[in-house]
Design a protein around this ligand. Structure first.
Ligand SMILES: [Zn+2]
Length: 122
């Protein structure tokens, strides 16, 4: 995976430039990745017209990388065969990760609802 490209805007905002690229690399919906990322960073944010992610606060590229790594472990990678070729689906209000390589499935933790509500307000 490519490293996050991060720009600072003024003193209060951080722009995650290649956010969409990384979502595509992981085959995940931007909304889901964004909800996780903002919850982990404990901040709010939104996407701009160029599909960049604007986060409130100052964060180093290293921080984004660490959060994405946790996202990969939790929501992308198969624990059985370490493949990232799997599908995240929602069934009965639960999220399941199904591996396309070895066929194993596991449930994953939902992203905290409180943070989702905060994103909608932002
Ligand atoms: Zn697998």
């Amino acid at each position: 995976m490519k490293p996050p490209q991060v720009l600072r805007e003024g003193t209060k905002k951080t722009i995650f430039v290649n956010f969409m690229d990384l979502c595509k690399t992981m085959h995940r919906q931007a909304e889901h990745v964004m909800a996780f990322l903002l919850a982990e960073l404990g901040t709010t944010g939104s996407r701009d017209g160029q599909q960049r992610l604007i986060c409130k606060g100052r964060f180093l590229p290293k921080v984004f990388e660490g959060v994405l790594r946790r996202y990969m472990t939790e929501y992308v990678m198969c624990v059985g065969c370490k493949s990232s070729d799997d599908i995240l689906s929602k069934e009965n209000r639960m999220f399941f990760l199904r591996c396309q390589q070895c066929g194993s499935a596991r449930s994953v933790a939902p992203i905290k609802a409180g943070f989702v509500a905060r994103i909608e307000k932002a």
